[in-house]
Design a protein around this ligand. Structure first.
Ligand code: NAP
Length: 369
């Protein structure tokens, strides 16, 4: 396996402290990475050719990543794209995709990474079973979901404060409530709202979560029918493991606040949320310094603000800057408010904070409701 990044001589390569394993969120994101790798001198490939080629590209490092902490630490790593085709994230392709995640993990181990953040579906596919990954004595893995939860919760609380909403009187809807991210959010917020509505497909898991929350002094409702709940919710967190943006929140109240934390996004572009405030959540911003080599800024992190990335990827970076090479988030269902508080303090110590608010239309105006 060749662990070099295009255009960089291996001898000149700095050490690899961390690796970030990601996958394209959409075909346009895949096309952007693809044309950056081919170089500006090559004419971009038409979409249908990219769709034909992508399934044949093995996981590989697409760039080096250097991060500076505001506390003077530095960390060097690789962004490894597993190149899971965006239309193959569904249940029918689990084995094929697991093979890709294992290959990406093997790449990170061979490159000498001490910690690997498993972004988005990379960790979902493993269902918390890290023993499915190749053994690497000096390499540990983290799902990064604890920092993701921290940024989702911070986003909800900050937005409520900015818009003058009363969190304590709110009804909070969580879609994907029994998942690693969803259940972590529920544990952090249940004691701070009046009512929680928990939605997923498996009722038994919903019941178990509801039992766990008894004693928080919150009203709890569980259900599999999103439409039944959505019109009563003041706040909604969408954290379902959907292979494509397909969630419709048609009944959502006009003045609701919705955090879409999916990777890929949960909300369908056709969702009738026009009057609600929607923001993309679970994202953080590196303020000490972030560089990519080759320069894939705006291609890997396609956001309207600089140096913004998914919480799951930032967790591995924060742990590296802190010198804590450990499986901080192992999944599933083990994220507690105490762990969330610990990882957000580590991240903040190194200048990794909640990202500015934006959605698919761009930055959000931060005005009172
Ligand atoms: N923003 C970020 O930085 C970031 C970081 C990490 C992860 N994520 C994203 O967050 C999402 C959740 O990740 P996770 O690790 O928590 O996944 P997970 O542990 O697999 O949980 C997925 C949850 O979604 C539910 N679900 C799946 N399909 C559903 C459907 N059609 N309708 C309603 N609920 C459904 C599952 O329950 P049932 O199976 O019972 O329905 C479960 O509650 C993913 O999109 C992931 O990529 C984002």
């Amino acid at each position: 396996m060749d662990c070099t990044v295009a255009g960089i001589a291996p001898s000149a390569a700095p050490q690899v402290d961390f690796a970030l394993v990601g996958h394209p969120e959409s075909w346009s994101a895949a096309a952007d990475v693809f044309s950056a790798l081919r170089g500006p001198e090559q004419t971009p490939l038409p979409d249908d050719e990219i769709r034909d080629i992508l399934p044949w590209i093995p996981p590989r490092a697409v760039c080096r990543v250097a991060v500076k902490s505001i506390a003077a630490a530095e960390a060097h790593g690789l962004y490894i794209d597993s190149f899971i085709p965006p239309d193959r994230l569904d249940a029918g392709c689990v084995q094929e995709n697991l093979t890709r995640v294992r290959a990406a993990a093997a790449y990170a181990i061979k490159a000498g990474a001490r910690i690997v953040s498993l972004g988005g579906f990379s960790s979902i596919l493993l269902e918390g079973k890290f023993d499915q990954l190749p053994p690497g004595r000096a390499t540990v893995f983290t799902t990064g979901n604890t920092l993701t939860v921290a940024f989702i919760v911070q986003g909800i609380e900050k937005m409520c404060a900015l818009q003058g909403r009363n969190l304590w009187q709110s009804t909070l809807l969580v879609v994907g409530a029994t998942g690693d991210v969803g259940s972590g959010c529920v544990r952090c917020l249940a004691g701070k709202v009046r009512r929680v509505q928990l939605v997923a497909r498996n009722v038994e898991r919903l019941r178990r979560l509801a039992v766990e929350l008894e004693g928080e002094g919150v009203e709890i409702e569980i259900g599999t029918d999103l439409a039944q709940f959505s019109e009563q919710a003041d706040l909604a967190i969408c954290a379902a493991s959907l292979p494509s943006p397909s969630l419709l929140l048609d009944n959502i109240a006009a003045d609701a606040l919705v955090c879409d934390a999916g990777y890929p996004k949960n909300l369908s572009p056709d969702a009738e949320t026009s009057r609600a405030t929607v923001f993309f959540g679970g994202l953080g911003q590196i303020t000490g310094g972030l560089t990519f080599d080759p320069d894939l800024r705006g291609i890997l992190n396609h956001h309207p603000f600089p140096d913004v990335a998914h919480g799951c990827l930032l967790e591995g970076i924060a742990l590296t800057l802190e010198g804590r090479f450990e499986s901080f988030s192992r999944g599933r269902g083990a994220i507690t408010p105490k762990l969330v508080e610990e990882i957000e303090m580590i991240a903040a110590r190194h200048g990794i904070y909640l990202a500015p608010f934006f959605n698919g239309d761009g930055p959000l105006p931060l005005t009172m409701k």
